[in-house]
Every structure is written in C-alpha cells, then in structure tokens.
Write a protein that binds this ligand. Structure first.
Ligand code: GCO
Ligand code: MN
Ligand code: MN
Length: 388
C-alpha cells in the first residue's frame, strides 16, 4: 500500500483561482480572505503539488501599476524558487471584466474584440515569462442568451479569426507554446459556443495552424452536458489532441459545481484515471475545482490534498483491475477473436465482401450468449469499495 503521497512525477497542478477561491457565489460574498499569488504557491508547496497555473488577472490585477506588477512577480518568482513549483499552463481572463459582457473574441463590438486580442497577447507574454508551455482558451462568455443577438456562423468565424491571429503572434515571437481549447455548454452564458470536446475537436481542423491547437477538456463541463467524459477523452487522445485536462466533479443538471475530484462520481473518475494511466498521458493533471464555501484555508488544503489522494487511490485501483486474474479472464473471454470469422474482418477487399455476403450467421445462437458484464461490473465495484 502506498502512502498516496503526491510526487512531481504525478504532475498535479492547481490554478491560482482554485485554491485561491474566496468562496464567492451568486448568492453570497467571500468567506475567506484573499491570499496573494505567492502565498498560494506556498500553500500548494505545503500540500505537495507540482505546479501552479494562472489567469493574467488572478496573478496581476487588471488595474495594477507597472511597479505593483513587478512586485507581485518578484514575490511569486521567489515562492516558485522556494517551493520548486513550476508553471506549466497559463490563460487569459476574458470573462470577468464588464467589457466582456457579450463575449470577448465573439463580441458584436469590434472594440471589445480588439481589446480581447490585446489582453490575450499580453497574457501570453506573462505565461511565457514564467515558463508556461500550454496556453488555455476557455470561451466563458463566447455565446448568447438570445440568438437574435448574434449570428452563430459569425461567432465561429470570429473565434477562428482570434485563434489564427494569436497562433501567428506565438509564431512571430518564437514562443514554445501550444494552445488548448476548453469546451463548456453553458454558464456564465445561457449557451456557450463550441459546447463540448467533440465540437472543439472538429473546429480545430478549420484553423490555420491546427498543429498548434489541442484540447483542455474538463470533467464537470461534459457532465453538465450529460455525456460520458472518458469517451470524449479517448477521442481527444485518439486525435493526438489531449494536451491538458481539468479534473473536478459535478452532478449533472446542476450549476457549475467544481467539486473536489472524484467526490461525486467515483466510477466515472475511476475509468478516467484508468484511461489516462493506461495510455500514459504525459501532461498535467490539473485540478480545476475549489473547496466548499464552508471551509477555511485548512479546509482548502484538505480539498487540494483530497483531489490528489483520490487520483492516486484510483490509479492504484486501475493497476489492481489490470492485474486481477478473474477480471482479465473475463475480458479475454468477452473479446476473444474467432478464427472462423477473422478472414472476413479487417481491411476491405472485393473478394472478402463477396464471401462474407455468402456466409450464414446463426443469429439466435450468437445472440443467446450471455456476456457476463454484470459480473465484470460487480468485480469493478468490489475493487472500488475495497472489498476485493
Ligand atoms: C470554468 C472554467 C474555468 C477555466 C479557466 C481556465 O468553468 O469557470 O472551467 O475555470 O478552466 O478559466 O481557462
Ligand atoms: Mn469549469
Ligand atoms: Mn476549467
């Protein structure tokens, strides 16, 4: 039994905005005093995280003077040096300021779009300055409440124009930086453009520099849409586009909860961790979640430790699943090849097609076979509940 101790090799990261959340929600103000970026780095160092990510403005406030910005950066740099934490990812806040009330890149107002380009370029510089290699785009307010207001095709065109422009900016500056797009179906907008990982995946192929652009899927966002997150992750991985991931949890059909990883749907979290570990996903395991509003900063540390601990427990459970003789025997039986039909499958040829069309299948006999998925699922549950 391991101690489930987070190590740098696990690549566990948190955003400044996650452990730094003061618990504000639409129905109430802050319940925790804000901490500085440097203080949050020390907190993350204490719980054993590998890295810290930030938006431009949870690092440097939007109205900070150049001297204030320099002081914040200096303290932050020292905290990184003291703790050994790294900055793998950065992003732009294109949602909070009132100027973005109708979106940023897709706003109907060209001044807002130009300001968004400017803000994103400066935020990219700020990310690169601290070593970020992944730059996330989450289109929080890129959408509508009423489709009378915006043409959906125009929305896509503007989004594409922004990503193309910013790709050129990165190339022009010789930055070693790749983009990762994050989908979400709704909240804060009534509807957000490119609502799922699948939509994003298709959109990437329409860009000028598709090789520079991948994905940052988030558990909660796909659960909000009621879909199987791991299946989307598999598709992203299959496309070579799983470059970052936002881990948290979420009950479907509710507001955006950002719960501690694995705290709601353990089974979904298990299949996800098993997938990431089985394929050898090399990127950050970024927890985009926050502590309950009931907590003080000790509770925030409990939250952060809990995210990493649950991941490591599920990683151990995945190894147990892979090594379980009964499970593996069942899987071998379920997926066994059949030499009598093997010649008909695989790559098409007209010969094959002709002989396959002539083959008789005993549908009743084939369909009468029990597949033992009940047994398999119960074995999985027994592993997860610790009784196996
Ligand atoms: C959300 C999003 C954000 C983004 C973050 C980085 O639902 O609020 O998940 O937390 O991940 O803005 O782009
Ligand atoms: Mn989210
Ligand atoms: Mn996110």
């Amino acid at each position: 039994m391991t101690a489930y101790t987070p190590e740098p090799e696990h690549k566990f990261t948190f955003g400044l905005w996650t452990v730094g959340s003061t618990g504000r929600d639409p129905f109430g103000g802050p319940v925790r005093n804000p901490k500085t970026p440097a203080e949050l780095v020390y907190l993350l160092g204490e719980v054993g995280a590998y890295g810290v990510n930030y938006h431009d403005n949870d690092f440097i406030p939007i109205d900070a003077s150049p001297a204030e910005a320099e002081a914040i950066k200096r303290d932050f740099r020292k905290a990184l040096d003291d703790t050994g934490l790294v900055v793998p990812m950065a992003t732009t806040n294109l949602a909070f300021d009132p100027i973005f009330k109708d979106g940023a890149f897709t706003s109907n107002d060209p001044k807002v779009r130009a300001f968004a380009f400017q803000k994103a370029m400066k935020a990219i510089d700020l990310g690169v300055e601290f070593g970020a290699k992944i730059y996330v785009f989450w289109g929080g307010r890129e959408g509508t409440e009423t489709d009378s207001s915006k043409n959906a095709m125009e929305g896509l065109r503007r989004y594409r124009e922004a990503l193309n422009y910013l790709s050129e900016y990165v190339l022009d500056n010789g930055y070693d930086l790749k983009f990762a797009l994050e989908a979400k179906p709704n909240e804060p907008r009534g509807d957000i453009y490119l609502p799922t990982t699948g939509h994003m995946l298709a959109f990437i192929n329409t860009l000028d520099h598709p090789d520079m652009v991948g994905l940052n899927p988030e558990v909660a966002h796909e659960h909000m849409a009621g879909i199987n997150f791991m299946h989307g992750i598999a598709q992203a991985w299959d496309a070579g586009k799983l470059w970052h991931i936002d881990l948290n949890d979420q009950y479907p059909g509710r507001y955006d909860q950002d719960l501690r990883f694995g705290s709601r749907d353990i089974k979904a979290a298990f299949y996800l961790v098993k997938f990431l570990e089985d394929v050898g996903y090399p990127g950050s395991r970024h927890f985009d979640a926050h502590a309950y509003r009931t907590e003080d900063y000790e509770g925030v540390k409990d939250f952060a430790r809990g995210c990493m601990r649950t991941y490591l427990i599920l990683k151990e459970k995945a190894a147990q699943f892979n090594a379980d003789p009964e499970i593996q025997a069942l899987l071998a039986e379920i997926t066994a090849e059949d030499p009598t039909v093997a010649p008909f499958l695989g790559k098409y040829s007209s010969e094959k097609a002709k002989s396959l069309k002539a083959r008789h299948f005993d549908r009743t006999a084939i369909a009468s076979r029990g597949l033992k998925y009940e047994r398999l699922d119960q074995l999985t549950i027994d592993i997860l509940l610790g009784t196996r």
